[in-house]
Every structure is written in structure tokens, then in C-alpha cells.
Design a protein around this ligand. Structure first.
Ligand SMILES: NC(=O)c1ccc[n+]([C@@H]2O[C@H](COP(=O)([O-])OP(=O)(O)OC[C@H]3O[C@@H](n4cnc5c(N)ncnc54)[C@H](O)[C@@H]3O)[C@@H](O)[C@H]2O)c1
Length: 251
């Protein structure tokens, strides 16, 4: 059976654990060469090892998404290793459960820096390389919290809502160059980010209230959607928001 990302090169941020790790493993399985990037270097290198052991191709690069110079170095390293970059998954993110009056300015800045400025820098710096290559696909990871309101997550919601429209703005400007830009909106996913919340029964009940399917998702259930958006199967999709939320935003 043909692999869906044959001959493609993907750069994924926050790929050492959680959903990013699954994006990397799934993309490699579908034939992509993968640039695994993260700030958690040991865990990131393990992902590269795992891909190698299954016969895939990957390199690891340290990348703090708020650091513009590092973005440049990682894109160069990816192009040097694999020739070009066709796919960027802006996945790295941090969660903060705090209402606006409890949010310190430094906390606000950290969440907005990683979740929004990181996406801005990734798009800005990859676009010239994609234009040169004649096209590409960018997937920006937002959230259900980028679509609807929820209690006590002011900075997180502001960052994820902004990612949704930054995606559409970039899609408009770069469609003429064959670059598709879409956002993904996961619901409650079982990853290191949510482990603490999901371990608390009361919190779990609260957070799963409204999820029609009544359970958190496994990260691979989102990875399959991300692979789809990255592949030519999504050739007519740009500026769209793919919701993977077990029905959370339906009612
Ligand atoms: N887990 C959920 O329920 C859920 C729901 C909706 C959206 N999301 C979003 O999905 C994405 C992945 O979430 P996850 O649950 O896998 O999180 P996670 O915490 O399990 O993993 C996040 C990864 O990002 C890395 N990271 C953190 N700061 C970074 C930085 N400055 N530069 C580079 N890497 C950095 C971490 O080291 C980690 O490997 C995030 O953008 C998150 O906001 C998560």
C-alpha cells in the first residue's frame, strides 16, 4: 500500500512527548522524513531512535519555539539533512488553568509566547523555504479552547483563539504559492499535559462534561487527523479548522 507522506519532509515542534510524539511516529510510518524538535532533548532523541528502529528517517534538533535564531538553525538542519521541508506542525504548547484576575503578567507572557509567538515564528520562517520548494502544508495546533469559552483559562484561550485566526490569515496570503495552512482543534486528550487533571476524578468529570463520546482521546486519534491534513488527501483544504473533540463543541 502506498504511504501517504512518501518523499515528504516534516518538521514537528514539541515532538518529544504527548501528541507531538505521535505526530512524528505516524508521519514517519507514512513515509515522511521527520525533524523531531523539542526542548526536552533526551525524550526527543528517544523518538528519533524509535523511528529509526522501525525503518524510518528522522533527526533530532533542540528548538525552543520562542527563539527566532533557533528556528533558523533547525530549518537549515532539516534542509541539509533531507533537502527541503514540506510540512510544519506547530504543536508545542503549554497549558495554564487560571482566570484572568489570577493570571500574573509573566504567566500571560509565557503562555502567549510559547503558544502564539512560537506559531508566528514557525510560519514566518518556514514560508520562504516552502515558497522556494513550490508548496507545503502547515498545521497549527489550536484547541477546543480556541473555539468556545471555558472556565479559568484566560491566557490559554487567548493564545489558542489567536492561533485559529493567524492560521486563516496565513492561508489567505500563501494560497497563491501552493501552501495550505490549517488548524487542528483537539478536545480532551490523554497526554502529559492533562495527566494531572485527568487523574483527579472530580476534575475529570468536569472536563469531560460535554464530551459527547464521554472519554478523553488517545493522542494517536489526533495524529491521524494531522497526517490527513499534511497529506495530499487534504489537497483542497486550507484555512479550515479540523475539530477532533469527541463532540465537545457540538452542543
Ligand atoms: N492534551 C490536550 O488535551 C490538548 C487539547 C487541545 C490542544 N492541545 C494542544 O496540543 C499541543 C500538544 O499538547 P500535548 O497535550 O501533547 O502537550 P504535552 O505537554 O504532553 O507536550 C508538549 C510538548 O511541547 C514541548 N514544549 C513545551 N514548551 C516548549 C517550547 N517552548 N519549545 C518547544 N517545545 C516545547 C514539551 O517539552 C512537550 O514535549 C499543545 O499545543 C496543546 O496546547 C492539547
Amino acid at each position: 500500500m502506498a504511504q501517504r507522506l512518501e518523499n515528504k519532509v516534516a518538521l514537528i515542534t514539541g515532538a518529544a512527548m504527548g501528541m507531538g510524539r505521535q505526530h512524528a511516529l505516524h508521519m514517519a510510518r507514512e513515509g515522511a522524513a521527520v525533524v523531531v524538535s523539542d526542548v526536552a532533548d533526551d525524550a526527543g532523541r528517544e523518538v528519533v531512535e524509535e523511528i529509526g528502529q522501525s525503518g524510518g528517517r528522522a533527526i533530532y534538533c533542540h528548538l525552543d519555539v520562542v527563539d527566532e535564531a533557533q528556528w533558523g538553525q533547525v530549518i537549515d538542519a532539516g534542509r541539509q539533512a533531507f533537502g527541503r521541508i514540506d510540512i510544519l506542525v506547530n504543536n508545542a504548547g503549554v497549558l495554564l488553568f487560571k482566570a484572568i484576575q489570577d493570571t500574573e503578567t509573566v504567566e500571560w507572557e509565557r503562555v502567549l509566547d510559547i503558544n502564539l509567538k512560537g506559531v508566528f515564528l514557525g510560519c514566518k520562517l518556514i514560508l520562504p523555504a516552502m515558497r522556494e520548494a513550490g508548496g507545503g502544508a502547515i498545521i497549527n495546533v489550536s484547541s477546543i479552547y480556541g473555539l468556545v469559552g471555558a472556565p479559568g483559562a484566560a491566557a490559554y484561550q487567548a493564545s489558542k483563539g489567536a492561533v485559529r485566526l493567524l492560521t486563516k490569515s496565513t492561508a489567505v496570503d500563501y494560497a497563491p504559492f501552493g501552501i495550505r495552512v490549517n488548524s487542528v482543534h483537539p478536545g480532551v486528550i490523554d497526554t502529559p499535559m492533562t495527566r494531572e487533571v485527568l487523574a483527579d476524578e472530580q476534575m475529570q468529570q468536569q472536563i469531560l462534561q460535554g464530551t459527547l463520546l464521554g472519554r478523553p482521546a488517545q493522542p494517536e486519534e489526533v495524529a491521524r487527523a494531522v497526517v490527513f491534513l499534511a497529506s495530499d488527501e487534504a489537497s483542497y483544504m486550507t484555512g479550515s479548522e479540523l475539530v477532533v473533540d469527541g463532540g465537545y463543541t457540538t452542543v
